[in-house]
Design a protein around this ligand. Structure first.
Ligand code: DCP
Length: 131
């Protein structure tokens, strides 16, 4: 099989409430610790993106979400990983940083200045358009 079929998707969620975007501060690995991201994680083999994102946000933030439209373009992370973002709507729970160092709600101006992980920076224009 070719390289495309071997790539693994990482899904990330854009939670937007009252024109603010939820960002999560990575605790690991060392090279990403302290930087901010859209929370998410790897899709398991055979799993749908939507199922994976619901699972990851329940594990990481203790919220239940409904997954909406994709945001921006896929980002090639290298190492056979492709990162993809989706809008998500919270249907129950209040986000808690179960696996991150901290959570923060940012407006469009703050999104431009916060220290995002490199891959997520590519979505800034798409995210600003939603704020
Ligand atoms: N990633 C990213 N931006 C995001 C989410 C993830 O650049 N918004 C990157 C960081 C990692 C890869 O995607 O290189 C996988 O992310 P996680 O480590 O968060 O995913 P998992 O928790 O599923 O990974 P593991 O299986 O290692 O625990």
């Amino acid at each position: 099989m070719g390289a495309v079929s071997e790539s693994r998707t990482v899904v990330a969620g854009a939670v937007i409430v009252n024109a603010r975007l939820l960002l999560a501060q990575r605790a690991h690995p060392a090279e990403l610790a302290g930087r901010w991201e859209l929370p998410g994680g790897k899709v398991e083999p055979g799993e749908q993106d939507t199922t994976a994102l619901v699972r990851e946000l329940r594990e990481e933030l203790a919220i239940d979400v409904v997954v909406g439209d994709p945001v921006g373009a896929d980002v090639d992370l290298g190492g056979g990983l492709v990162l993809r973002a989706y809008r998500v709507n919270v249907v129950s729970g209040t986000p808690a940083p179960l696996e991150h160092s901290a959570l923060r709600w940012v407006d469009a101006a703050e999104l431009h200045t916060i220290d995002l992980v490199a891959a997520d920076r590519q979505w800034i224009p798409d995210l600003v358009a939603l704020l």
